[in-house]
Design a protein around this ligand. Structure first.
Ligand code: CO8
Length: 257
């Protein structure tokens, strides 16, 4: 792949957008490569959790490649949905994805981070939806996911002003899960990824699916499906092993079924 790198470390997939000169902004080709990479990682049995980050420099992802916008034709919603398939691929993937935010996280960069399940940011990061500054609006889920994460008042503030906020403010708003020193970001993210990777992949997949239902469905429907998924986990071999291991005061040995 030309614009991204994909590595695997133990059970963790690491995807890095590698366009530091352009502040890791994503052109169409990068978005396609990312979608393909996350589809592959989701099917890869060796991988339990993935991380998305930007090549070291100033940015995580500074949004869509605005220079390419001037040459692009987006004729309808279908064209756009296809171009931004990566956010759906990540949000709908069975396995968790962590955004490791290491600098500017703007526009489509924040939208892709919000499609991930967890966000960990270094102190120097700045987050925002500056699309309004160039006369457009967030189009890759920003108005919806930001509102769900931080509430309407804060979401409309960011989207209408185009202002950036610090990682610390983003943490206090619930937009990022953790903030850390720049030099500790990778260790902390890997530690959290490993912590999740060690759980039962069967249960992790169902836990993610069930939490997503809370945002995407009515409470009644969400609770119904949550109960079904709980029963699946409770009756799985990993569920039985986990309960047994707790009682026997030992570490569980999960098999993923
Ligand atoms: N696209 C293209 N190039 C970029 C981008 C970008 N998003 N961001 C930065 N760059 C380039 C700059 O043009 C510059 O290139 P050059 O050296 O050739 O002039 C280089 O990266 C370095 O950037 P700066 O010199 O500007 O660095 P600063 O530290 O001074 O500023 C900022 C950093 C504040 C991040 C500034 O670069 C900036 O404001 N960038 C634009 C951020 C932005 O507006 N992002 C949102 C884009 S729109 C979007 O993401 C919508 C997505 C959903 C739409 C779906 C449609 C299909």
């Amino acid at each position: 792949m030309k614009n991204i790198t994909v590595e695997k470390k133990n059970q963790i997939g690491i995807v890095t957008v590698n366009r530091p000169k352009e502040l890791n902004s994503m052109n169409s080709e990068t978005r396609k490569e990312l979608a393909t990479a996350f589809e592959k990682l989701d099917k890869d049995e060796e991988v339990h959790v993935s991380i998305l980050t930007g090549a070291p420099g100033k940015a995580f992802i500074a949004g869509a490649d605005i220079k390419e916008f001037s040459k692009m034709k987006i004729k309808d919603r279908k064209t756009m949905k296809e171009d931004w398939r990566v956010t759906d691929v990540i949000a709908n993937s069975a396995k968790p994805v962590i955004a490791m935010i290491n600098g500017f996280c703007l526009g489509g960069g924040l939208e892709i981070a919000m499609a991930c399940d967890l966000r960990i940011a270094s102190k120097n990061s700045k987050l925002g939806q500056p699309e309004i500054n160039i006369g457009i609006i967030p189009g890759a889920g920003g108005t919806q996911r930001l509102t769900k994460l931080v509430g309407e008042g804060r979401s409309i503030e960011l989207i209408l002003t185009g202002n950036m906020i610090s990682a610390e403010k983003a943490e206090s708003w619930g937009l990022v899960n953790l903030v850390t020193e720049e030099e500790e970001l990778e260790d902390l993210t890997m530690k959290m990824a490993k912590q999740i990777a060690d759980k039962s992949p069967f249960a992790v997949e169902r836990a993610k699916k069930s939490v997503k239902l809370a945002s995407n469905n009515s409470m009644v429907e969400g609770l119904r499906i949550e109960q079904e998924l709980f029963v699946e986990c409770f009756n799985s071999n990993d569920g039985k092993e986990g309960i047994k291991a707790f009682i026997e005061k030992r570490k569980p040995e999960f098999q993923g079924n």
